[in-house]
Design a protein around this ligand. Structure first.
Ligand SMILES: Nc1ncnc2c1ncn2[C@@H]1O[C@H](COP(=O)(O)OP(=O)(O)OP(=O)(O)O)[C@@H](O)[C@H]1O
Length: 200
């Protein structure tokens, strides 16, 4: 279990351009960060750097003393903007795959399907889902296996008003349980969050 995320003096370069430098962020258990900034300012790149998928040019990302590779493998859910779902799998196959892969079980996958109202869609191929249903399926990974740090890239954008509110409740519940969230957003997050603006 990790209980802290500390980013210090971080810089990331992509395509020959420095996206940000000298960036710092400290999150404790129970805290969220709303990452904002114009298109191309580096929000996704920062989430990917926290997940270990993009190399920092300078600086450090620490997980409260845990070994970074282990923390990333066992304590982080990354729900990307491109949600990484396989179009030819059924919702059930996708949910069970991600659940077992991230340390959950078939039973926790079934519970996640209930939580995200996916039960009637379980036999449908992912390619047939609407944008909001796809996002609910991607977000259901967070319920299928408990992991303390959620990295969410525009988690609410395709969701309707009811699901935005429900996602806010689920995020608030995660924070109340001592979890942490870093979410890249263009609209305000429906939970209290530290603001980090890459466009500032
Ligand atoms: N693999 C790559 N090679 C070259 N440039 C890249 C690569 N990945 C991202 N970039 C560039 O880095 C910049 C930041 O991209 P990023 O996706 O992090 O921005 P963002 O703030 O999430 O944008 P948006 O709000 O549009 O989602 C963009 O100019 C993008 O073209």
């Amino acid at each position: 279990m990790i209980s802290e995320l500390v980013i210090s003096d971080a810089s990331v370069r992509r395509g020959g351009r420095v996206l940000f430098e000298g960036l710092g962020l400290t999150l404790a258990a129970g805290q969220a960060c709303a990452l904002t900034g114009p298109n191309g300012s580096g929000k996704t790149s920062l989430l990917r750097a926290i997940a270990g998928l993009v190399r920092l040019e300078a600086g450090e990302i620490g997980f409260g003393g845990a070994e970074p590779a282990e923390a990333r493998a066992a304590a982080v859910h990354f729900v990307g903007h491109q949600d990484g779902l396989k179009p030819g799998r059924t919702v059930r196959e996708e949910l069970v795959f991600w659940s077992v892969w991230s340390g959950g079980t078939e039973a926790s996958a079934a519970a996640a399907a209930e939580t995200f109202d996916l039960v009637r869609l379980l036999d449908l191929e992912v390619r047939r889902l609407s944008a909001g249903q796809r996002r609910r399926l991607a977000l259901s990974r967070t319920a299928a296996a408990p992991r303390p740090l959620w990295l969410l890239d525009e988690p609410l954008s395709p969701l309707d008003a009811g699901w935005r509110a429900r996602a806010g409740e689920l995020m608030a519940g995660h924070l109340a349980d001592g979890g942490m969230i870093v979410a890249a957003v263009h609209d305000p997050l429906p939970i209290p969050a530290v603001a980090l603006d890459l466009g500032a």
